[in-house]
Write a protein of this length. Sequence first.
Length: 318
Amino acid sequence: MKHITGYIQAIIFSVFFMLFINGEIGSVLLYLLVGVNVLSIAVLIISKKHFTVTLRGLSGTADCGKYVEFEVELQKTGFCFIPFIEICLEAGAPIHLRTSLLFKKKTVVKGMFKAEHSGLNKVRLGEVLIGDFMGVISFRLPAGQQTQMAVLPRIIEYDGPEVLPNMLPSEEEEVEEGVSVLQGGMPGYEHREYTPGDSPRRVNYKLSAKRGRLMVRMDESNGTASTNLYITEDALPICCDKAFALASRLVVRGGTVKITHKNESRIAATPETLDKMREWLAFREFAETLEMTAEDSPPADAAVIFSKNGEILTVAAQ
C-alpha cells in the first residue's frame, strides 16, 4: 500500500469539514475521495492481468567493461490502463526502469548494464511493480525471465608460472603441399600466406621459395601435440582471462593450445583460430561466486589447471 496514511488523513479531514464547517462541500469531498480511489483501484485490479512483459534476448559479443543495451517489451492483451510500472532487473547491480501503459498498445523500455566479467553476463528480470492513479495500492508481479550477453576475455598479461609450448614438427621434415587430414589424407598441412603475428616456425620455406612468397602451415588439424589448459567448473571469470592470456603467449611462440571447460574443448594454433577460441570463451558460463562444489577431475594430460579465483593448481612438466 502506498500513500495510505495520506489517504486516510484526507478522508478524516473531509469528515470533519462536513460535520463542523460545510456539510454539502464536505460530502462532495468525501464522495470524490472515496469514489475516485475505488475507481482507481478497480481499474488496476482489472488491468494487471491484461499485459505481458518480455525481456528481449541479446546477441553477438561485447568487450569487458563496456555498457550493453537491452530492451524490455510491454504489450497489452486486453483492457489495460496502468499509469505506474516499475521493472526490476538484476545485472550485477539492481536496475529499475519506469514506464506506463495508458494509451499505447505496446511500449519498449531500454536499459543498459556494464559487462563486468568475461563469459556469459546474465540479465535477470525479477518482478514488475504496478500502481494505481492515486498511489494507494501496488502489486508485485513475478516475472522470472533471463537473458545473457557473451563477453570476450580481457586482453591481459599472463602472470603465472612459465609454461613451454609443445612445439610443431621441425622444418627439416618433409611436408607435402595440399595434403590435409581434413581431406582424409596422410598427416600434412594446408597452407596460406604469411600474415603479421604468425610464428616463423610455421613458415614452410621450401614451398615459400617455390611460390616466391612466404607460406604458413595451417596445422590445427594435423594431430600436433598441444599444450592442454583446463578450467575447472568452479572457476570464476578471471580464470577465462588468464587461460586465454597463456594461450595467446603459447600460440605466438609457435605452439598449439587446447582449452577445456565443462567437457568442451577448443584448439588454437594460429591467430585466426585464437580469435575463434576467444569468442568460444565468451559464450562459456563460469561460476558467479566461490562456493563448495563437487570435486572436479581434470584430465591427466592437463598442463595447467585454472581454478576458483584464478589460482593455478598445477603445472605439468613440459
